[in-house]
Structures are given as structure tokens and as C-alpha cells.
Write a protein that binds this ligand. Structure first.
Ligand SMILES: [Zn+2]
Length: 194
């Protein structure tokens, strides 16, 4: 989707425009936060300030990511990185496995919408637990690659390796136990509840 850049002032129609950036303060659910690199345009002739559609899309992504951080949700970059580097699936396949509609991941990763807490938890589980991810894929009737890499870093989340016994075949509830590497989020506020 291509978003148009404004080429003239909406007040005086001058084409002499200067595009600038600034840090702006916002409020979200009673919490204050500021965002750097908020883009806007100033008309050189009448000094009118406005935000073009393209600048608004850029700003919205930054603002929504800050709101995600306030709610301890994965950012758009973390979702994209996890999908591409850990799960190694396309946006379309991810939407089929995790639900949320055909364009869900394109919207999460562009910052257009914020994922629900339920979707966020599901993503964290899939990023950390290969068995769980494969089970979700199977439920959706999707075949995923045999071996997915799980040792990755997603921005400030660091994975700590540990060993836990996991049923070898959870679908048939076999008692067999095998070693599987699982990963826990360091600095994750949810850690205490785990
Ligand atoms: Zn103007």
C-alpha cells in the first residue's frame, strides 16, 4: 500500500514545504510518554503546520510501538523479527496459524493495529516453544518446516536456555519424555507468573 506524500499546503496551496521532526508528548491510559522523530510539515509561505498522510502513518507506527511497550506487548519490529527469523513463515501463513484475519500480521508489523493480549501471549509461546508452535500449525492444517531455529534474540528480550521434559508426542499423549530446549524471557514481567 502506497501512502501519498502531500505536495502542497492545504491552506495557501504553496508548494514550498519544509518537512521536520520533533519529540512529542502523549498520554495513553493515564500514562505519559514521549516519542522522538514525529514528522510534520511546515508551509514556508503561510507557516501552517500539518501532517501528511505518509507522515501520519510513520508517526502512528512509532506511537503504537510506545503504547505496546507501556502494556508490555511485543513491538511491531519484534513481531516481524520473530515471524521471519524464529518461525520462518510468511505474513499470510502466520495469519492462517494465529488467526486474526488475512491481513493481521501486515497490520501488526506496520503498526496499524495493536495485537490483543491473547495474541501477544500466543506469539510469545510460539517464539519460545517449538512444540507449541508446531501444534498450532497442525491445528490450522499448515505444514511448517521440519526444523525451526529457536535460539534468537528479539531486541531487548534475551532468551535463557534451560532443559525441560516435554511429552514427545503431545497429540497422542504418549508418556515418552524427551529433552527439549525451551527459552524464557529475561526481564519479562510475566516471568513471575510462569
Ligand atoms: Zn501555506
Amino acid at each position: 500500500m502506497k501512502i501519498r506524500e502531500s505536495t502542497f499546503c492545504p491552506v495557501c496551496e504553496s508548494t514550498n514545504l519544509t518537512r521536520l521532526e520533533r519529540t512529542k508528548d502523549y498520554k495513553y491510559k493515564g500514562k505519559d510518554f514521549s516519542v522522538e522523530n514525529i514528522k510534520f510539515t511546515v508551509c514556508d509561505d503561510c507557516s501552517f503546520e500539518f501532517i501528511s498522510p505518509r507522515q501520519r502513518a510513520h508517526n502512528d507506527t512509532l506511537i503504537k510501538d510506545e503504547q505496546r511497550k507501556l502494556e508490555n506487548l511485543l513491538t511491531s519490529k519484534e513481531i516481524k523479527k520473530g515471524r521471519e527469523e524464529i518461525l520462518e513463515i510468511s505474513q499470510e501463513v502466520a495469519s492462517k496459524i494465529f488467526g486474526g484475519g488475512i491481513n493481521a500480521f501486515s497490520k501488526y508489523e506496520r503498526g496499524e493495529i495493536i495485537q490483543s493480549v491473547a495474541m501477544d501471549r500466543l506469539l510469545r509461546v510460539a517464539f519460545a516453544q517449538e512444540t507449541a508452535f508446531r501444534f498450532m500449525a497442525e491445528l490450522a492444517g499448515i505444514k511448517v518446516k521440519e526444523k525451526i531455529k529457536t535460539v534468537r534474540k528479539i531486541s531487548d528480550y534475551e532468551y535463557v536456555e534451560m532443559v525441560s521434559p516435554v511429552a514427545a508426542n503431545s497429540y497422542s499423549y504418549k508418556a515418552a519424555v524427551r529433552k527439549e530446549t525451551v527459552f524464557k524471557f529475561k526481564n519479562n514481567p510475566d516471568k513471575a507468573a510462569a
